[in-house]
Design a protein around this ligand. Sequence first.
Ligand code: IMP
Length: 191
Amino acid sequence: MIELVFATNNKNKLDEVRAIVDGRFFIKSLEDIGCYDDIPETGDTFEENAKQKSDYLFRHFQLDSFADDSGLEVESLKNEPGVYSARYSGTRNMEDNIDLLLEKLGDNANRKACFRTVISLYLNKEQHFFEGVIYGEITHERKGAEGFGYDPVFVPNGYDKTFAEMSATEKNDISHRAIATRKLGKYLLSL
Ligand code: IMP
């Protein structure tokens, strides 16, 4: 079986990919390879950040790998918070991050937004990118208690509830991350 490192220790992300490529690829986490480094993510785009992580693993561990980077882009805020989604307010506190987002949007009628994930794969000396995007709108107030991050204020197009009002199964079926992950899985299974 071909071994591939996923530059994460997030169990949900690992399970999602493993379920897709099970039997063909053996997916290892950062812990599995003994990597406890704080891998730099200093890029201006999701592509750059994801690539930084997969490059790092090749440079320091000589291992083929893939890495993801995601975030929220709000059209009327010039695509903020983007790569700064996790620390928009200057802290990693999501309550503060959501407060800042709602404050900046105010009563703005244009509440169009999207979640975007980019996966960088470095395999057999080749670089590949896979992208997943889901479009929707930012609400005026939080709704729902499921999920994480900006889920309570994001309603995907075609739905009348936020990501935080959906079950994990329902969200994971349509999310930006699921779309990018399925593209990665399709590519890996085609090899
Ligand atoms: P990561 O690159 O997957 O760690 O995502 C970076 C940040 O983007 C997270 O800390 C969240 O603030 C935000 N984000 C990414 N994906 C989601 C999602 O599915 N729901 C809500 N927020 C998300």
